[in-house]
Design a binder for this molecule. Structure first.
Ligand code: DC
Length: 225
């Protein structure tokens, strides 16, 4: 029988803290980490760099299929050998990712690549459809939520701390537009899996959310033995 490799999926809307929590859980368990949003961000960036219009579905799907990406263990992401982490983390890059992610052919092209992250001793997978489409048999599925207001406030604080000049109203609007697109696309829309544990993070600190995910994992792990 094939070895069972455990998976924890963490899904939810943009700005909910999935990335931070997933990285903490992966470090705690010493597991691999899949940042699936980065693959959509990279696809959009690669298309832009090659001057390809997002409406050119076949060309964008081809880019997704052949992305040359290296996630550096110590941080940083190489696209065709070039460091692009800062370029893909902007609000605009997130909005572009959400656009290419609505194309079924792009999702199909990234399917196998995401599956390939499943390696021993385990995987923490962060995204929108990890529990519903990519790892439907995950050992633990978590869906994080927070109101668009709360997420806009958090993002505003982060950006201001980094010295950026931003307007909270336009941030809130961008977040709402991205939610709309991610929830209403035809393939793998953003929604909790039926068996996902919902955590509303609005009133919780990062440490509290992390502890709750670990508590859920310990319960799941005990039940399965
Ligand atoms: O998690 P993120 O902000 O890096 O994701 C950027 C966009 O990519 C998001 O708005 C929608 C898309 N995405 C997706 O469709 N499916 C995923 N599993 C992850 C991200």
């Amino acid at each position: 029988m094939a070895e069972h490799i455990p998976v924890i999926t963490l899904d939810g809307p943009g700005g909910v803290g999935k990335g931070t929590i997933s990285a903490l859980v992966a470090r705690e368990l010493d597991w691999h980490y899949l940042d699936s949003g980065a693959l959509y961000r990279l696809t959009a960036l690669a298309a832009q760099q090659k001057g390809i219009d997002f409406a050119n579905i076949d060309a964008v799907a081809d880019i997704a299929e052949h992305l040359q990406v290296e996630f550096q263990p110590a941080g940083g992401i190489l696209l065709d050998g070039q460091e692009v982490e800062a370029l893909i983390r902007t609000e605009q890059a997130g909005a572009n990712a959400s656009k290419v992610a609505a194309v079924p052919e792009v999702r199909e092209a990234l399917f196998k690549r995401q599956k390939a992250f499943l390696q021993p001793p385990g995987l923490v997978a962060d995204g929108r459809d990890m529990g519903t489409s990519i790892f439907p048999d995950a050992d633990l599925k978590v869906f994080l939520t927070a109101s668009a207001d709360e997420r806009a406030k958090r993002r505003y604080k982060q950006l201001i701390e980094k010295g950026n000049n931003v307007n909270i109203e336009s941030l809130r609007k961008e977040i709402q537009e991205r939610d709309e697109r991610d929830m209403n696309r035809s393939v793998s829309p953003l929604k909790p899996a039926e068996d996902a544990h919902l955590i509303d993070t609005s009133e919780l600190s990062i440490g509290e959310v992390f502890q709750e995910v670990m508590r859920l994992y310990r319960i799941t792990n005990k039940d399965s033995h």
